[in-house]
Design a binder for this molecule. Sequence first.
Ligand SMILES: Cc1ncc(COP(=O)(O)O)c(C=O)c1O
Length: 381
Amino acid sequence: MIEYGRVKEEFTGSDMPLAFVDLAAFEGNADAVAEASDDLEVRVVTKSLRCRRLIERLLERDSFEDVMCYSGYEAAWLLNSGVVDDALVAYPIANPDEIEAAADADATLMVDSIEHLELIEDVAADAGVCIDLDVSSYVAGQRVGALRSSLTPEEARDLAVDADERGLEVRGVMGYDAQIAGLTDRTPNRSKLGDVVVEALKNRSWQTVVEKREAVRSYLEDAGFRELFYNGGGTGSLHLCSGDPALTEAAVGSAFYYPALFSYHDTVELEPAAAYCLEVTRQPEPDVYTVRGGGYTASGPVGPDKEPQPHLPEEMTLSREGAGEVQTPVETDVDLELGDPVVFRHAKAGELCERFRELYLVDGDEVQSVDTYRGEGRCFM
Ligand SMILES: Cc1ncc(COP(=O)(O)O)c(C=O)c1O
């Protein structure tokens, strides 16, 4: 990421909070993703970007083909505005209006049950669907994986056959390995022993993931489904995905901004690219400065890994007060002045954009502002 001197030069005196993306780091991350995904196509995970201009920029690359959306209305908006040609909605939708909007735009809808098929059939008789396969492993009856689909490979095949018989178009299978991609290898709130257990679980679970994806692909091919896409992975498992022969594509989003939480993952080498600036407004103690705003804590189980991380100037930590609603004290030896920017990384990627209407794209000496989804008046969740 750009150095603190450049941040100061560019943003001191600007209205803060403001968010920026260092384009050199963003493009470097995209190069790293392209290299790691090898022969797999990259499906860009829009929830982790939430900025149309940056999604478009990624899709200009050769192996970055399509998008994975988090809402049916979002998919319809991106397809109808011509930003993308193909959108997969990664999570099932229960609202008939949203299903209809997404299907009318030819988005692919996620299903893991007969109820999902019935809902879709009612409003969009020939919609495209993707079967959500459970790739969790089970240890002593406990699921190691996300609480999403519960479909075994055989059940996934049966659901595909059922969908086909109803006239729906089966387009692909997704098997998201949340227990690898979404589980950090280290965190500040876990012991070293905990990390060792997690490593063992992840290694073992990856075998299950590969076996289940291979099984579903073979069942579906035997049942006559030959042209499907097989999607898996995420930023946290990208280093493994190209070694899975059942996959045709990898889903990747967070890698491009590389938010703080992913610093706790052993994955492809990436560089922080997105951050936000808050301005110093007072100094309560010699080594403590208070900046205005900042409490942008990420979703998920509460813990220090969900807090924003002070990033620049270096050697700075949050105080015991954490990131506050309207004020955030930070501790540092560096001398700062009132009005100086302090740079933070959000723990997650796209959530940052729910706080900001625009992103400043820093391209060397040039800076250009682009709208986030929120800046375009869109709020999908
Ligand atoms: C279905 C699915 N695929 C992939 C991902 C990975 O996205 P990212 O690369 O932003 O971690 C997610 C994230 O939650 C997901 O839900």
